[in-house]
Every structure is written in C-alpha cells, then in structure tokens.
Write a protein that binds this ligand. Structure first.
Ligand code: NDP
Ligand code: PMR
Length: 398
C-alpha cells in the first residue's frame, strides 16, 4: 500500500521479568498488572502507519460452496459416551494458528477437522502442504464477513449429518493501517463484523448441534488475545481496547448514521481489532453463564502467545513485519511459533485436563497452561450481557 503517514509514539515497556514463581508471574508479560508496569519508562517506539489504499475484502467472491457428503452416524446408548473420533470445526484453518491447530489435531488421528474457510482452494492446498491426512479433514466454505454465508455454512454442516463436538472460533482480520473503515456484506465495520459478529451468529446457530453431541467433552473455544486485556502491558500499547457505552455497536457500526467503532469514536483499525477480541472474550463468558450448566458444554477462550509470523500482520507496514518477530522473540520473549501455538489450541480442544468452562487460558514460558485473569472490561458481566443482547439484534436472532 501507499505509505501516507507514519507516526511514532512511545510506549512503556518492561525488559525485566517479574519475580515470583507462580504460573502467571513466570509468564513474564502474560498477566502482569499495569499498576506495576505503568510506572516504568522505556523508549521503545510504536511503529504505526496509515496507508491510503485499503483493500476492500468485501468484494463478492465466487467461491465453491460445498456440501459435505452425508455421514453415517451410529446411535450410541444414551448412557454411554462414544469413543469415536471427535468432529471439530475450526474457522480460518487455512493459515496461521488455525492451520497449525488443524495439523496438530489431524495428526493425532483422533479428530476429523472441518476447515471452515473463506478461500476453499487455499484451505485445500494448505491442508495438503502441511500433510493433514486426507481422511481427517473436510474443507467447507465460510465467509464470516457475510452473515448469509454464515447461515449457509451452518445449513450445509447440518445437512452433512456429521455430529459437532467442538467449535473453534479462530478466524480474524486485523487492519491496523486502514485509514477508512471497510464493511461486511451486511454493512458492519469489517474487523468487529468478522471477528465478533460472524462468530457470534455461527456459534449461536451451531449450539443445537453441540447440544446433541454424545462426545465425551463438548466445547466452544473462542480465540481471545492479550492485546484486548488492559490489565497487561501488551494491552496498554495504544490504541487500547475500550467498548465504552456500546453506542456505536447499537448503531450497527455502519459508519453512516453511526460510528464504525463500538464505543462511537473515530475509526481506528487497530482498536477495532482489539475491541473485537474483547467481544470474543465477553461472548465466551456470556455463553458460559447462559448455557454451561444446562448443556455441559465447556466454553473457553485463550491467548496462545504472540505468533508474530502469521498472516494476521499482512496489512501492516513492511518494517513492522520485519521487526515484529525478533522484537517478540528477543525482547518481550512473548513469541511462540505457529506450531507451538497450534499445540496449545489443540490442547484446549482436546485435553482432558482443560475442561473447565468460563475460563481464559494462557501459557507460561515453560509452555504450561494456566487460567489467566481477564481485564476489568473483558470480564464485566453487565457488558457481556449488553454486547450479547445488541449482537443478537444485529445478526437477526432477536
Ligand atoms: P492468520 O491471518 O494467519 O489467520 C486468520 C485466518 O482467518 C485466515 O485463515 C483467514 O483466511 C481467516 N479469515 C479472515 N477473514 C475471514 C473471513 N471473512 N471468513 C473466514 N475466514 C476468514 O492469523 P492468526 O493465525 O494469527 O490468527 C488466528 C487467531 O489468533 C485470531 O483470532 C487472532 O485474533 C488470534 N491471535 C493471534 C495472535 C498472533 O500473535 N498472531 C495473538 C493472539 C491472538 P485466509 O487464509 O483466507 O486469509
Ligand atoms: Mg505488542 C510484554 C510484552 C508484549 C507482548 C506479549 C505483546 C504481544 N506485545 C508486547 C509489548 C509491546 N508491543 C511493546 C512494548 C510495544 C511497543 C514497541 C508493542 C507494540 C506492538 C504493536 C505496534 N505490539 C503489537 C503491535 C501490533 O500491531 C500487534 C497488535 O496489537 O495487534 C492487534 C501487537 C501485538 N503485541 C503482542 C501481540 C500478541 C500482538 C498481536 C496482536 C494480537 O493478535 O492480539
């Protein structure tokens, strides 16, 4: 893209690790309180750039719609949980974390992965490239930036006859250099529309299928992030997540008669992404409150670590893409490889020790999982209820 304006801001940054040996203290920057970090002054620049051209990812694409072949499912006695392969839908499984998770689960031989992807051809190619055994995956078309496509996907999946045991809401877009907002098919700002609203509708539509599953552990995993949590250093790099009083969300985020931002402010792509992650984490908790007891489904979120090499940063300026991985590797030490992050998410999908519902998982430097603390906003039950209620209206469920 054309570089128009680059601004360098300064940000507080802590080099030394926190003392203490608890899981969260060990994790250096994963869950440390801002009260401690905020006082320190460091001079690492925040490189942010705005570009004039912004790709409209909302251009209608002609893509193959597939209906997976009906699958014979054996009726299991109601009292006995089956030992069959688990069926897991992973959105955005064509790259980065989603692909690495599909690979980890696909190789275990215990899972059939439904790769729910906007680019059917790419998904198929990537599955082959990383060597997921053919019998362990199915690619199905899903464009989260279109609620019509989300409904179509849910219908296609239901018609396949395959049981649903785990849903992983992983796909996301991050548009840090966009000067002006772009929109989903229904006219919602693209980052919140894709990352939050698309997944909100998808998980609501598939809840019935999850309820019906007789699998040993049923789960809905919604990928969150440290950058949406303002109780961490990473969450305090401007622009910070803040949903405000949700006036923009209530106004449909259309940028016409309302702001494209949830809090009603001016468009900022980086903030919109972080806000969308807050919505993801709030949605997980609201699901837990409303449905865990009744359904036994585990609802969880996670921060997989900083996977600085993924396609998430494709829209960022080239110097950022060059410097971000070594910065995270050698300075913050928050870096994880795609492979490692994939193993982490695969654990949250299938590990028998990670069945707790309503929690946000993180990993310490020894790659041991622990239950992390969400920021005040990302754990505010009142806000979760409101985001849920407004989102229901926006996606046509209420
Ligand atoms: P990638 O860009 O590599 O993967 C994102 C995936 O989402 C891609 O497969 C992409 O498809 C897909 N996607 C984007 N838009 C749509 C859409 N409209 N419909 C369907 N699929 C779509 O990024 P990551 O792997 O890094 O991101 C995965 C998750 O991890 C995200 O939820 C992100 O917020 C989270 N995360 C990432 C961190 C990191 O450091 N990278 C840190 C914390 C959380 P396509 O392949 O066609 O582009
Ligand atoms: Mg951040 C404690 C250190 C830490 C961690 C774990 C992250 C994770 N980041 C940390 C620190 C810093 N970052 C510091 C000190 C700076 C200023 C130099 C900084 C800057 C920065 C930028 C400009 N970081 C970023 C960006 C992005 O554009 C990324 C982002 O915010 O995407 C939304 C990002 C990230 N830092 C992280 C993680 C995980 C990201 C990726 C974002 C995500 O998916 O949530």
């Amino acid at each position: 893209g054309t570089l128009h304006q680059t601004h360098i801001g300064s940000a507080a940054f802590a080099l030394q690790k926190e003392g203490g040996h608890s899981a969260s203290a060990n994790s250096a920057f994963l869950g440390v309180s801002v009260a401690e970090h905020g006082k320190r002054e460091f001079g690492f620049p925040v490189l942010r750039a705005k570009k004039v051209t912004s790709r409209n990812t909302n251009i209608a694409r002609l893509r193959a719609q597939t209906v997976a072949a009906p699958v014979e499912t054996k009726e299991a006695p109601a009292s006995k949980k089956t030992d069959r392969k688990g069926n897991v839908i992973i959105t955005g499984a064509s790259s980065g974390l989603g692909l690495a998770t599909a690979k980890a689960l696909g190789e275990s031989g215990e899972w059939h992965i439904i790769m729910a992807c906007r680019d059917f051809v790419k998904a198929e190619r990537m599955a082959r490239t990383v060597g997921i055994p053919k019998e362990n995956y199915t690619v199905m078309h899903l464009d989260l930036a279109s609620l019509e496509s989300v409904r179509q996907f849910a219908d296609n999946f239901k018609h396949s006859g395959r049981p649903l045991d785990v849903l992983v809401c992983n796909a996301a877009v991050y548009l840090p250099t966009a000067k002006v907002p772009t929109f989903t098919a229904e006219g919602f700002e693209l980052s919140v529309g894709t990352n939050h609203l698309g997944h909100f509708l998808l998980s609501r539509l598939l809840l019935e299928d999850l309820k019906k599953s007789d699998f040993k552990s049923k789960r809905v995993i919604i990928v969150g992030s440290i950058t949406g949590n303002t109780n961490t250093l990473a969450g305090n790099i401007p622009p910070k997540a803040n949903l405000g009083d949700l006036r923009g969300l209530s106004g449909r985020l259309n940028g016409v008669n309302s702001s494209p931002m949830i809090d009603g402010g001016e468009f900022d792509g980086a903030k919109a992404y972080k806000d969308s992650k807050v919505c993801n984490m709030l949605t997980m908790q609201e699901f837990h409150r409303q449905y865990h007891e009744e359904t036994g489904i585990t609802f969880a979120s996670l921060y997989p670590g900083c996977i600085a090499t993924t396609g998430l940063f494709r829209e960022h300026i080239p110097p950022f893409r060059l410097l971000f991985p070594p910065f995270q590797k050698y300075i913050t030490k928050g870096f994880v490889s795609e492979e490692e992050a994939g193993k982490r998410l695969a654990q949250v999908v299938s590990d028998t020790s990670l069945t707790k519902s309503g929690v946000y998982w993180s990993w310490n430097n020894d790659s041991a999982s622990f239950e992390n603390q969400l920021s005040e906003e990302a754990s505010d039950p009142e806000k979760a209820r409101k985001v849920w209620a407004i989102s229901e209206k926006l996606v046509g469920l209420a």
